[in-house]
Design a protein around this ligand. Structure first.
Ligand code: KIV
Ligand code: ZN
Length: 500
C-alpha cells in the first residue's frame, strides 16, 4: 500500500506575489478550476486581509470550486483571522493558514520579541482560528533557519492547540537537502503528538534546491507539499508542482502517490504562464518547450531506435499532445475554440471568440503555423481591449545609417490622436511619439523581449516596467513586430496607471 502525499498549491498566493503576475478575480477562478481538474488537494486562494481584491478572490474561488480545500493565509493576528474566516464563508472545505516567524532573526528584528512570547502568539493564533474552522494550518516562517530544538517546541505547542497541519517553510531557500530532510526527521521523532498533525514542506528556490529539499522532506515524513505551477513564487520561486508529481510518478519504488492527473500538467502550465505573462524557461524540467526535444544527432538516433534510450517520461503522460492540430490561416473558429479548450481556456462568449478569432487571422496571415502558445497569448491579449488607450496604427522607418522615425495613431477613449518622432532606434522613436500624445512624467525602468517559439516569423513578447508617480507598473505586449509589441507593452503599463 502506498502512502498518500497531499498537494497544496499556492500558485494563487505565493506565486501571485511575483511583481507583474497579478491576476484579476475572473482569471483566478479560471486557474482554480483548472487546479481542481488537475487534482490538487488544497488551493491557497489568497491573503484576504492584504487587499479587497484578494478578499474577493478567496470568496469567488470558494464558490467556484468543489473538491479541493480552499485555504486563506493570515498573520498570527486576530483581525487577519477574522477576515480569512469571512472570505472562506462559501468554501465547501476550508482551511485557515496562520503563522509567525520563528528564526532568531525574525524574532529579534521582525517582532522585537523573544522565543517564549512567539510560542504564546502562535498558540493563541491557532486557538483563535479554531473558533472558525476545524482545519487550521500553522506556518513557522523561516523554519529553515530556525534551531531544530526550538522549532520542535513551537510545533508541539501548536499541534496541542489544534493545528491539523504544520508547515515548515524554508522561506529563504537556504537549506541543503540533507539539512532540510534532517529537520523534518527531527520533528517526526521529537514532537509529542505529531501523529495528530500532518507536516508540510514549503521550499523556496533561491539556491535552486527547492525540489530536492521538498523531496527530502517527503522522504523523512512530510505528507503535504506546498508547490506552484511552473515553480513561480517570491524571488527565485517555489517548488514546482510538476516536478514533484513527475518524480513520484517516475520513481514508483518510493511508494508515494498523489492525486494529480499528470496529463493535465502541460495545459495547466501554459494557462498559468499565459495569464500571468510569465514565460517558462525553455529548459524548465517537465514543462519547458525543450523538455522533450532531442536535438543532438546521437540522441535523435537513439530515440528513433527506442524512445527509452533518452526519454524517462512519455510526453503524453504530462499532456503533451503529439497530434496537436496546427492552426493556420485556413482554420475555423471551432478549431481555435478547441485549441483554447485543450489549453484550459473555455471561451463560451461568441463575441469574445470573434475578437480572438480576428486577431488569430491577423497573426496567421503573418505566421505559417499558429501554436498553442500563440493562441493562449491571443486569448490573454483580448483582455486589453477594454482599456482606455489603444494603439490604432504604427509606422516606423529604420535601418543602418538612417535615423529611426516613428508615426503613431492612438485611440484614447474613442478620440483619435497622432504624433511622430525620431529616436535612437525604432522602439525609442515609437515611444517618443507616444509620449508626445501622453505627456505624463513616466520612465521606462525595464524592457525585455522574448520570442514565444522558434523562427523569424515568430511572435515577440515584450515585458516592460514603467515608473509613474512613485510606482512601478508592469506591462505586456505581443506581436510579430517587436516595435509594435513594445508600444503595446508601454500602453499596457499606462492603462494600469488608472487602476491603482
Ligand atoms: O515562504 C514562506 O515562509 C511563506 C509563508 C507565509 C508560508 O510563504
Ligand atoms: Zn513562501
Amino acid at each position: 500500500m502506498s502512502d498518500r502525499l497531499f498537494i497544496f498549491d499556492t500558485t494563487l498566493r505565493d506565486g501571485e506575489q511575483v511583481p507583474g503576475c497579478q491576476l484579476n478575480t475572473v482569471e483566478k477562478i479560471q486557474v482554480a478550476k483548472q487546479l481542481e481538474l488537475l487534482g490538487v488537494d488544497v488551493i491557497e486562494a489568497g491573503f484576504p486581509i492584504s487587499s479587497p481584491g484578494d478578499f474577493n478572490s478567496v470568496v469567488e474561488i470558494s464558490k467556484a470550486v468543489t473538491w479541493p480545500t480552499i485555504c486563506a493565509l493570515t498573520r498570527a493576528v486576530e483581525k487577519d483571522i477574522d477576515c480569512a474566516a469571512e472570505a472562506l464563508k462559501y468554501a465547501k472545505h476550508k482551511r485557515i493558514h496562520t503563522g509567525i516567524g520563528t528564526s532568531d532573526s525574525h524574532i529579534k528584528y521582525k517582532f522585537n520579541s523573544n522565543r517564549e512570547e512567539i510560542i504564546e502568539r502562535a498558540v493563541a493564533a491557532v486557538k483563535y482560528a479554531k473558533k472558525y474552522v476545524e482545519d487550521v494550518e500553522f506556518y513557522a516562517e523561516d523554519a529553515g533557519r530556525t534551531d531544530n530544538e526550538y522549532l520542535a517546541r513551537v510545533v508541539e505547542a501548536v499541534v496541542k492547540a489544534g493545528a491539523t497541519v504544520v508547515n515548515i517553510p524554508d522561506t529563504t531557500g537556504y537549506c541543503l537537502p540533507e539539512e532540510y530532510g534532517a529537520k523534518i526527521k527531527y520533528l517526526m521523532e521529537h514532537v509529542d503528538g505529531i501523529e495528530n498533525a500532518r507536516i508540510s514542506t514549503h521550499c523556496h528556490n533561491d539556491l535552486g534546491m527547492a525540489t530536492a529539499n521538498t523531496l527530502q522532506g517527503v522522504l523523512n515524513g512530510a505528507r503535504q507539499v506546498e508547490v506552484t505551477m511552473n515553480g513561480i513564487g517570491e524571488r527565485a520561486g517555489n517548488t514546482s508542482l510538476e516536478e514533484i508529481a513527475m518524480i513520484l510518478k517516475c520513481h514508483k519504488h518510493l511508494n508515494i502517490d498523489t492525486n494529480i492527473n499528470t496529463t493535465k500538467i502541460v495545459p495547466m502550465s501554459r494557462m498559468v504562464s499565459s495569464l500571468m505573462n510569465m514565460p517558462v524557461q525553455p529548459n524548465k524540467a517537465i514543462v519547458g518547450r525543450n523538455a522533450f526535444a532531442h536535438s543532438s544527432g546521437i540522441h535523435q538516433d537513439g530515440v528513433l531506435k527506442n524512445v527509452q534510450t533518452y526519454e524517462i517520461i512519455d510526453p503524453k503522460d504530462v499532456g503533451l499532445d503529439d497530434n496537436a492540430i496546427v492552426l493556420t490561416a485556413r482554420s475555423g473558429r471551432a478549431a481555435l475554440k478547441y485549441r483554447l479548450h485543450v489549453n484550459g481556456v473555455n471561451v463560451e462568449d461568441e463575441e469574445k471568440l470573434d475578437k480572438i478569432y480576428k486577431k488569430f487571422l491577423q497573426l496567421a496571415d503573418k505566421k505559417k503555423e499558429v501554436t498553442d502558445e500563440d493562441v493562449l497569448m491571443l486569448a490573454g491579449a483580448d483582455s486589453a481591449d477594454k482599456h482606455g488607450v489603444q494603439l490604432d496604427w504604427l509606422q516606423v522607418t529604420t535601418g543602418k545609417g538612417v535615423k529611426s522615425v516613428a508615426s503613431i495613431g492612438l485611440n484614447i477613449a474613442g478620440q483619435k490622436f497622432e504624433a511622430a518622432s525620431s529616436g535612437n532606434g525604432p522602439v525609442d522613436a515609437a515611444i517618443r511619439a507616444l509620449k508626445k500624445v501622453i505627456t505624463k512624467e513616466m520612465n521606462l525602468k525595464e524592457f525585455t523581449i522574448q520570442a514565444i517559439d522558434k523562427g523569424s516569423d515568430d511572435v515577440g513578447k515584450v515585458h516592460m516596467q514603467v515608473e509613474y508617480d512613485g510606482h512601478v507598473y508592469y506591462g505586456f505586449g505581443a506581436d510579430t513586430d517587436i516595435v509594435t509589441a513594445s508600444v503595446e507593452a508601454y500602453i499596457d503599463c499606462i492603462n494600469k496607471f488608472k487602476v491603482r
